[in-house]
Ligand binder design. Sequence first.
Ligand SMILES: Nc1ncnc2c1ncn2[C@@H]1O[C@H](COP(=O)(O)OP(=O)(O)O)[C@@H](O)[C@H]1O
Ligand SMILES: [Mg+2]
Length: 457
Amino acid sequence: MKSPVFVCQSCQEPYTRWQGQCNQCLEWNSIYETVAKGPVALDASPPPTPITDIDINSPVLYTKTLPELDRVLGNGLVMGATTLLGGEPGIGKSTLAMQLAKIVTDSQLSVLYVSAEESTTQLALRANRLNCLSKALTVYTTQSMSNIVDQIQKQRPSIVILDSIQVVKDTGLPGVPGSVSQVHHCANRLVSVTKTMGCHSIIVGHITKEGGLAGPKVLEHLVDIILFFEGDRYQSQRILRCFKNRYGSTEEIGLFTMEKNGLVANRHPEKSFLDRPLKPNQSGSMIVPIQEGSRVFLIEIQALVVSSGYGMAKRTFVGVDQNRINILIATLEKNLSIKLSNKDIFVTVIGGYKLSQPAADLGILLSILSAFYTLPLSHLLGVVGEVDLTGHIRPVKQLNKYIQELSGLGFQYCIAPHQPNSTKNTTLTILEATTIQDAVQHLLKVSKKNGKVAESG
Ligand SMILES: Nc1ncnc2c1ncn2[C@@H]1O[C@H](COP(=O)(O)OP(=O)(O)O)[C@@H](O)[C@H]1O
Ligand SMILES: [Mg+2]
């Protein structure tokens, strides 16, 4: 008799006996007993083909009526491919899926919307609210993966939406729905039926508390496109990002606002992350242009610096990398010989945006400084620049694009790194800085023009 073989369903690491956690990928409850098989018959897969004989004109479905989605997908929805749509609960995954179904049914194609979470009444209510009702949209509520595959084979829809992968189950396997092995196997079955039937599948997936997609890492390798919803679900602003795309670029983001009748594209995307008109003479607030794909957006960084009580000074940051800001605070202390160790520092990026671009370094640094000195600033000031550990301001890519965007939106000043190729043909006054000290001098100038400089803190 063959001894049992245990394999981690997440990373395929073999074990001779069961254990709770995989030593390799550290996933819990992912190790299952599998039957060691002898030699097996060959699968019926197509023979090797010369690459020149392959038809590269796969049918594609464009989502032009939802231009922000089209921008993220790049080349539309390729038939035979699978998309994973992830995000926090309530962020708008089911809403986007339903709106996508409407686009497809408007193109005289059929959609099978499988909901394992919601009832058909809930789906019909949503479709009615979003104005997505159509005879070509079939809704199906089941938790059985075999039933889903059976229906896809019978109905032959153009698009299959599975909402969500964490609640379906393959009865031939151990484990509850949502477990690593179930998620992996169910997604695998859907990807394979999608390929054979030539439809496009959209798998809706939840995210874990840590922000990753719930389910094994292999799920990310299985699918062709990964779309991810970001943003604060308590606000209406939503960002759709593409993390993987086997058919196009992953650079562009889609910006939506959640309204009563669904996700709508923002009329002024460049100002999407500014939640109110800018106020003059505010301290601790800085406007920074950032680039996402081919577009430039303005974001507002706010800082608050107050005297600390007893014990360790508090450092709380929202939407910015903690390590990055700590480096910037240390650089600021060292270069300007100011003491921040006895100050509580809070920094927030407004609008639910998660900042990662180094070009925003100078903006973060100057917002902290403006808050520290209670320095009222012009609301028509933009800041760009990457700051290094020596206190020098490094050049940034696409500086001219930032300058043009700020100038087009009526900004008067821009503190920017010295770059020989920067545009001079603008209504904007460019205040060039090579060190933090230069930037501070410019900040004081801009502040004096618009208000009185307060006493230092
Ligand atoms: N009647 C409504 N009016 C406006 N917005 C609504 C309405 N019903 C739901 N929403 C919005 O839709 C969101 C839920 O979207 P949904 O697509 O179900 O999210 P997910 O599938 O990601 O959990 C809610 O957070 C809310 O913002
Ligand atoms: Mg949902």
